[in-house]
Design a protein. Sequence first.
Length: 391
Amino acid sequence: MRRWFVPLCALIAVVACSPAPGGDGALEGAAEGDAGADVPTSPTTTPTTTPTTTPTTTPTTTPTSEPPTDPPKPTGSPVARHGKLRVCGTHLCDQSGAVVQLRGISTHGLQWYGWNKRCLGPAALDSLASEWKADLVRIALYVQEGGYETDPAGYRAQVDTLVDEIGKRGMYALIDWHILSPGDPMYNLARAKEFFRHVGDKHGAKPHVLFEIANEPNGVGWSTIRDYAQQVLAVIRDEKKLDTVTIVGTPDWSSLGVSGGRSAAEIVESPPRNGSGAAYGNVMYTFHFYAASHQGSYRDVVRTYADKIPIFVTEWGTPTYSGDGFVDEASTAAWLALMAEKKLSWAYWNLSDNGQTGAILKPGACDTGKSTFTGAALQRSGQIVLGELTK
């Protein structure tokens, strides 16, 4: 959320939006071992005596750890059906090359709604997989606002757990580097490189993992965002040799620049490139909207540019960009129809009971001892999204 929309649960959590799209608050190595001990060459002369000693120890250069492994996914689950994803043309495609539209839910900030802290736990993931029929869960890792910068190791460990727990249930895990304030992604460049080195080593080869490297850049133009993306992609692609689908934020709270009066044409004309000047592959671009705030002109731009660049709606909501207020069902229906028409993957904001109308759960639904994520626990926004996912 924008800072002035910090959820009430932040007051009790211990883990630790702007006229543009917000609401979340904005638009609101695999271990390597040596090859082994050197093998002695054959002697040039025949020994005349029997060696007096026999090696008694195993060479010390034997690898001490194995690369991360990924267990099989439940039969019929989204990951079992589609496997490792890639970008083909302007679409997200599965392992067979068929266009796929992923639909799911975003967590709230892990500093407020972290693993086994409130709302987000095994029961929630079980419900999202079996009752909500979600294809993916977006892991919202705020960098500031009490997030990653306060405890990098702790938050990395929490993301690691979530990635594996989501994968066990056969859903895709979208790791969201949730920059918001400050909006210049360069401010967190060193942290981003550190983080994506870690998740690259730990999870990059897993078929259910996707990366989102800048939630909602704001206050800067595309050239700055592109330069940032090139440096982070250099870590993911060139250093770690990973082809993981990577989603790049766009100007003005990931509105494709609409909220700042910019043209998305610059994204088409100047994509992130590697050191040789070639555009990086398996790259998509973020678009966020809140149905009560972003309507006709925003839909027109998405309709046009969905045929020019690969777009992933990593965050959207039914109310205003604040994440609260009027739930606009007519605009929501229009957006859902457009995303279905263009096969745009999406994640709804958010899984929480924070008291705002955009949350899927009613206030208090996640109180100790409660673990229901359907029926009477749902707000109107939750009912709409559940209905869409299960129809």
